[in-house]
Design a protein around this ligand. Structure first.
Ligand code: ATP
Ligand code: MG
Ligand code: FE
Length: 343
């Protein structure tokens, strides 16, 4: 069975083809970050318009890459939510129009389920059950995953998401948007002893997070140094202080979640999962505490169509009726993962 995946929840347009027998056949992706950069964040209206421009050329690219015809597609999976309403509408309407034109069934996918299952696309995928840390631009959640559609929320952030904390702190340091990768690179040159920033909720004895205070701590330190004429080394030192703090908290909570559930497998998903320092810290904890940690391929950490095609294929394998010839799509910009139907 070949599933076409369509992702357009935010500022990446992704189309991909996944074959349940042969694996991922192709994936085509266009990131709008350069367009949004000058505004310092995603402009929803511009995002929607650009998804319209990119969708069909990316579909053609994905079909060519997979060397298949549109008729060989068996089902179409699209991101139904959560995300920007206008952006979601583009992907949904593309998916449903294609379904109607080709007479293929369609199914809406929860974007976070896509992220959650993305590590299973790797060459050595984890087995269920596992603990998942979802660290993206909009979410920071720890979950127990027993199978496709079987997710139990163990803890989440009370305010900013980890990716948001990276982006906002990077912005304070004048590093552009999205700032996660930039602040991470800069941190490599920073002195770990220069600034000890707070580790919010490290000792809260639960699996909740809070990152808005960390951003404020970055602002305070940067202001004390004189925001406008802060030198490069000092910027790197602050970046290092920030990254060390956030990585410490994320690592400690992962270890606590494994202890609480008694599980030995940890899966990382979402854009912040690409972070080098986080990976190094989790790898060290895994060696010490004897658990195994799994990451998505770097290109599948941030938004992409492959994870949506894959999540669709997994759902369809369990329940072939999950996809329907019902093209009256409705998007769900807000959609808590615990409202997701079991397959
Ligand atoms: P959501 O999936 O919650 O709706 P999103 O799709 O915007 O949010 P992702 O695409 O998964 O989020 O991830 C984007 C986030 O990941 C951004 O905040 C970005 O700064 C962060 N990020 C990407 N690479 C890195 C990195 N190397 N280090 C730290 N953060 C990173
Ligand atoms: Mg993005
Ligand atoms: Fe995402």
């Amino acid at each position: 069975m070949i599933v076409l995946g369509v992702e357009s929840s935010c500022d990446e347009t992704g189309l991909a083809l996944y074959d349940t027998q042969r694996g991922l056949l192709s994936h085509a992706l266009y990131s709008q970050v350069a367009m949004h950069e000058e505004y310092g964040g995603v402009v929803p209206e511009l995002a929607s318009r650009d998804h319209i421009r990119r969708a069909i050329p990316l579909l053609e690219q994905a079909l060519q890459g997979a060397a298949i015809t549109p008729q060989q597609i068996d089902a179409i999976a699209y991101t139904q939510g959560p995300g920007l309403a206008g952006a979601l509408l583009v992907g949904s309407s593309v998916a449903c129009s294609l379904g109607l034109a080709l007479d293929k069934p369609v199914l809406g996918i929860h974007h976070l389920e896509g992220h959650l299952l993305s590590p299973l696309l790797a060459s050595e995928p984890p087995e269920f059950p596992f603990v998942a840390l979802l660290v993206s631009g909009g979410h920071t959640q720890l979950m127990r995953v027993d199978g496709v559609g079987q997710y139990e929320l163990l803890g989440e952030t009370l305010d900013d998401a980890a990716g948001e904390a990276f982006d906002k702190s990077a912005k304070l340091l004048g590093l552009g948007y999205p700032g996660g990768p930039a602040i991470s690179r800069l941190a490599e040159f920073g002195d770990p002893e220069a600034y000890k920033l707070p580790r919010p909720m490290l000792h809260s004895k639960d699996l909740m997070f809070s990152f808005s205070g960390l951003k404020t701590a970055v602002l305070t330190v940067a202001k004390n140094q004189g925001l406008a004429n802060i030198c490069e080394q000092d910027k790197a030192n602050i970046a290092r202080g920030f990254v060390d703090a956030i990585v410490d908290v994320l690592t400690a909570k992962c270890v606590a979640a494994l202890k609480q559930t008694g599980l030995k497998r940890l899966v990382i998903a979402g854009g912040v999962g690409a972070n080098k320092q986080l990976r190094a810290s989790l790898d060290a904890a895994a060696a010490k505490k004897r658990f195994k940690v799994y990451y998505p391929e770097l290109e599948f950490c941030t938004d992409n169509g492959a994870m949506i095609a894959f999540a669709g294929a997994m759902r369809l394998q369990i329940n072939p009726l999950a996809a329907q010839r019902d093209y009256s799509f409705n998007v769900r910009p807000r959609w808590p993962l615990d409202e997701l139907k079991v397959v």
